[in-house]
Design a protein around this ligand. Structure first.
Ligand code: ZN
Length: 467
């Protein structure tokens, strides 16, 4: 990495920062709320606006892709070198609903800059983070003197992420050839904090179940029959009580088979993060940290699979008493999965576990509510190393590594395209995603531009090494 290249990048960004922010503000004025049908036209307008901006940026191929729902935008900029690695950037152009009366200090769709922050719905999630790639690639070209990026650059910006990406998987499968890539960069995430830049290396997966247990064909008198027939509410309670062992481990046999364990290095890196458990507990609105024995809180959230009871019910729940044995009871369960766990296999294990534990006279039904796979890029992957270096150059300090406990559609890209997923996000927890007064820190947004400007050259080499 050369200092002259870095300063050329910085100079270029300084010269174009103002116009970049003006353009972003134009995009933010379009209320592309995918969840509200009355904004369908706005979501389309947002896609068209982005397509225009990407053409202006210099992408030779820009297309708006229709889906049965909201349109996605695809752009492509091949490198001069025919053997250049291919990189696909993912983001979304739709936003969460927002109205002044939700508690916004200013109009959510009239961007305002105050104290170095840009306030608007979508400022951080995700228009700001998509848009930093436009100035990023131009700074990369200006500083290197290239006429095309060092990687074959592709961009896919969907329009339904805030509505659960219902057509995304099908779109990616349908267009898999156009989207093919050696690596995927997801720019729809954040980092640890303003002073601690981090790269996320993976997300947990998810498997959802609803279990319904039925006893008598209707609610029956607990005096006439109680103690002599099985009670489905008791059976649900026993099932839930058996879900974890005394160490907080999930007791479904085979659940941990194949789980990719944390390495000592990862554990050490997580432990170095400035994590304040008291403060975290306040954010969690909870009064004690608890979970699987032998793991820290961050390890439990990021790197360990879990089982949670999301809802439980059955029998009489009105005022006063009602002396019955209820006819049925239910529990909703979700399992967070980590690398090495296959949701289809987890489904089989959970079905077998429930079937085995249901007592005689209780019938059971299990509804499998779907799943998302986990994803994880190993720390020593050359592409991840490139990303960490590029971010470190922009932030003038070494970056640390995190993971994400939640689950997301980016995994579809990993699965269908068979490429590692890397997360480049500059948002911070205070940015207020999905909340009133969403904002992005302008300094961090510019660091995002700078990271993208350094990334393509480094990644071209990193991905060649990985071949
Ligand atoms: Zn998002």
């Amino acid at each position: 990495m050369s200092e002259t290249l870095d300063s050329a990048v910085q100079t270029y960004i300084q010269q174009h920062r103002a116009s970049f922010l003006e353009e972003l503000a134009q995009w933010l004025r379009i209320p592309s709320v995918s969840a509200q049908p009355e904004h369908a036209e706005d979501v389309r307008r947002s896609a068209d606006w982005l397509a225009g901006a990407l053409k202006t940026t210099g992408f030779p191929v820009v297309e708006v892709w229709d889906t049965p729902g909201a349109p996605a935008v695809f752009a492509e900029w091949p490198a001069e070198e025919p053997d250049a690695p291919v990189v696909l950037v993912y983001g979304h152009h739709d936003v969460q609903p927002a109205a002044r009366e939700d508690g916004w200090d200013t109009d959510p769709f009239e961007p305002v800059v105050k104290d170095g922050r840009l306030y608007a719905r979508g400022a951080a999630d995700d228009k700001g983070q998509v848009f930093f790639h436009t100035l990023g690639v131009r700074a990369h070209l200006a500083a290197t003197g290239r006429t095309s990026p060092a990687v074959h650059l592709k961009l896919l910006v969907e329009g339904e992420e805030e509505s659960g990406s219902p057509h995304f998987r099908a779109l990616v499968e349908e267009r898999a050839e156009r989207l093919a890539a050696d690596a995927v960069i997801v720019s729809d995430t954040g980092m640890w904090s303003e002073d601690t830049p981090t790269v996320c290396t993976g997300m947990r997966g998810l498997a959802e179940f609803e279990v319904r247990l039925s006893g008598p064909d209707q609610d029956i008198h607990s005096g006439s029959f109680g103690g002599a027939v099985p009670n489905p509410a008791t059976a649900v309670a026993r099932l839930v009580a058996a879900l974890h062992d005394a160490d907080g481990r999930v007791a479904v046999p085979g659940f941990y088979d194949g789980v990719v364990e944390l390495t000592e290095r990862e554990r050490a890196l997580f432990a170095e993060l400035p994590f304040d458990e008291e403060r975290w507990l306040r954010t969690a609105k909870s009064y004690a940290a608890s979970g699987e024995a032998g793991y820290s809180t961050l390890e439990r959230i990021w790197a360990r699979p879990t089982a949670e009871v999301n809802g439980i019910g059955g029998g009489y729940q009105g005022t006063g008493g009602k002396t019955i044995i209820p006819s049925s009871a239910m529990v909703k369960l979700t399992f967070r999965l980590v690398a090495g766990q296959d949701p289809a296999r987890i489904e089989r294990l959970v079905r077998a576990w429930v079937a085995e534990r249901v007592p005689a006279g209780i019938r059971h039904e299990i509804h499998f509510g779907g799943s998302t796979r986990p994803c994880l890029t190993p720390l020593d992957h050359p592409a991840l190393q490139s990303l960490a270096r590029a971010m470190g150059r922009a932030f003038r300090q070494p970056v640390r590594f995190t993971r994400e406990g939640g689950s997301g559609p980016a995994v579809d890209l990993q699965e269908v395209l068979g490429a590692p997923v890397l997360f480049l996000g500059i948002s911070v927890p205070s940015d207020g995603w999905h909340a009133p007064n969403e904002k992005v820190e302008l300094d961090l947004l510019v660091k995002g531009v700078e990271t993208a400007a350094y990334l393509w050259g480094d990644l071209a080499e990193g991905l060649r090494d990985a071949r």
